[in-house]
Design a protein around this ligand. Structure first.
Ligand code: PHE
Ligand code: FE
Length: 288
């Protein structure tokens, strides 16, 4: 038995780790924080976020203002792509996360940050999870990509390859860029839900912007504490779906295991470099 199977859900959570969202328990201040964040991002994103994301944003405009009620949100999403949003108390074990995803259930934290934390938060809250992720779930290709990712996660878990698959999630679902006819656009939830990174990812001279390559991405380390030093650019969501679904990852994992990881900010032979970053921002952060 692995260690994970011994972890059980906290008090008050169901066997699948879900909890009631308890929408009626949010305070007026909670809703006001959501509305502040929403208004600020919604103003910033036209011309920066992908077309799919901007179209999906309408799904969040529900009958009541403030934090979306997951039931109403799920009804909307269900009609579009068959997805639902379910509440969890916080981070859940990998297999639980993948199992929900493979069954078109997106797990979202139900708490919201405080007003003094508008710009940065360690743990994903309902603003990150819902504003960041849910609009993309309204896009049919991306919605199918996440289902396949959930299935791939269950498989990778059994092959001890989650480290590599997690990098794919990081550089697409969380921090992905897409090349659109009018230019580069952001779609990763970690970017679109961040006031500062929404501009940094597209407009700053520091980071590298590199054409997406599956093996390259799965070999690349990432940073969880600050702006990314590389962003990977997909040609379209259909292309991302196709390459990930049509590739058997098992031989890829084996190939990667024998190779060195690629450090953040590093450029390697074969990279399709769209922007060679100055890395000035990251350098400024190094002590001394
Ligand atoms: N094709 C992948 C595999 O063989 C599964 C997968 C699909 C992973 C889509 C991520 C995204 O494991
Ligand atoms: Fe996220």
């Amino acid at each position: 038995m692995t260690e994970e199977t011994l972890i059980h859900p906290p008090e008050g959570a169901a066997a699948d780790w879900t909890v009631p969202q308890n929408w009626a328990h949010y305070t007026p201040e909670d809703h006001a924080v959501w509305d502040t964040l929403f208004a600020r991002q919604a103003k910033l994103l036209p011309g920066r976020a992908s077309d799919a994301y901007l179209r999906g944003l309408d799904v969040l405009r529900l009958s009541k203002p403030g934090i979306p009620d997951f039931e109403e949100l799920s009804d909307r999403l269900m009609a579009l792509t068959g997805w639902q949003v379910v509440a969890v108390p916080g981070l859940v074990p990998d297999d639980v996360f993948f199992e929900h995803m493979a069954n078109r259930r997106f797990v979202a934290g139900n708490f919201i940050r405080r007003r003094d934390q508008l710009d940065y938060l360690q743990e994903p809250d309902v603003f990150h999870d819902v504003f960041g992720h849910v609009p993309m779930l309204a896009d049919p290709a991306f919605a199918d990509y996440l289902v396949a990712y959930g299935q791939g996660g269950l498989r990778a878990n059994g092959m001890h390859a989650l480290k590599y698959l997690a990098r794919l999630y990081w550089y697409t679902v969380e921090f992905g860029l897409v090349a659109e006819p009018e230019g580069l656009r952001i779609y990763g939830a970690g970017i679109v839900s961040s006031f500062a990174e929404s501009r940094f990812a597209l407009e700053d001279a520091s980071p590298n912007r590199i054409g997406f390559d599956l093996e390259r991405v799965m070999r690349t380390e990432y940073r969880i504490d600050d702006f990314q030093q590389n962003y990977f650019v997909i040609p379209s969501f259909d292309a991302l779906l196709r390459v990930t679904v049509e590739t058997d990852f098992a031989p890829l994992y084996d190939a990667i295991r024998g190779q060195a990881d690629i450090a953040v900010g590093e450029i390697v032979a074969g990279d399709a470099v769209l922007t060679l970053g100055t890395q000035e921002y990251a350098r400024g952060k190094v002590p001394g």
